[in-house]
Design a protein around this ligand. Sequence first.
Ligand SMILES: Cc1cn([C@H]2C[C@H](O)[C@@H](COP(=O)(O)OP(=O)(O)O[C@H]3O[C@H](C)C(=O)[C@H](O)[C@H]3O)O2)c(=O)[nH]c1=O
Length: 184
Amino acid sequence: MEVTPTDLDGVVILNPRRFGDSRGWFTESWNEARMREAGLDLDFIQDNQSFSADIGTVRGLHFQTPPAAQDKLVRVLAGAILDVAVDLRAGSPTYGRHVAVELSAGNGLQLLVPKGFAHGFVTREANTMVFYKVTAAYAPDCDAGLAFDDPDLGIDWGVSRERAILSDKDRVLPRFAALETPFR
Ligand SMILES: Cc1cn([C@H]2C[C@H](O)[C@@H](COP(=O)(O)OP(=O)(O)O[C@H]3O[C@H](C)C(=O)[C@H](O)[C@H]3O)O2)c(=O)[nH]c1=O
């Protein structure tokens, strides 16, 4: 499995090997031993899956606060997304900076979003299915987020707030400037 670092320490792109043949392909999409060999010492305890019918659906930016902070390993089973991670770690030299990576059923890439980062994505195809492993259970009392289109974050989603398909919750998430980061 190929592991590629990004500009944000801890956020890495995984590319599991695909074995192609005349029928299509096979891959071990997740293998604990391979993950640990790659230096990712994570204990995933829950799998999540979300389906978004329309292109331009934005989910995020979300994170769970401690003690329910989650590491996330994100992949796309169908369709395509621009997957985004934002550094919220107090004192980080890249605090407030983001990486954005296209994950798709076609490219088979996965993004590791560690604790201390906000996560979100925008769908780039209709009928997109996203699957991600997490290292902490859902904790609604620890659910938090940031406005996806905050100009202080400078993320190019390729869709405006007016045209994005958003949940009511995501439509009213706070600005980054108002955040007192819980990730110390
Ligand atoms: C996240 C989650 C949600 N839910 C329930 C709560 C709601 O009734 C329903 C939809 O939840 P929500 O609108 O928060 O789903 P998304 O907008 O896709 O949120 C996710 O999207 C971004 C991209 C993330 O990284 C997070 O994992 C997560 O926040 O599923 C659960 O029962 N368990 C869970 O772990």
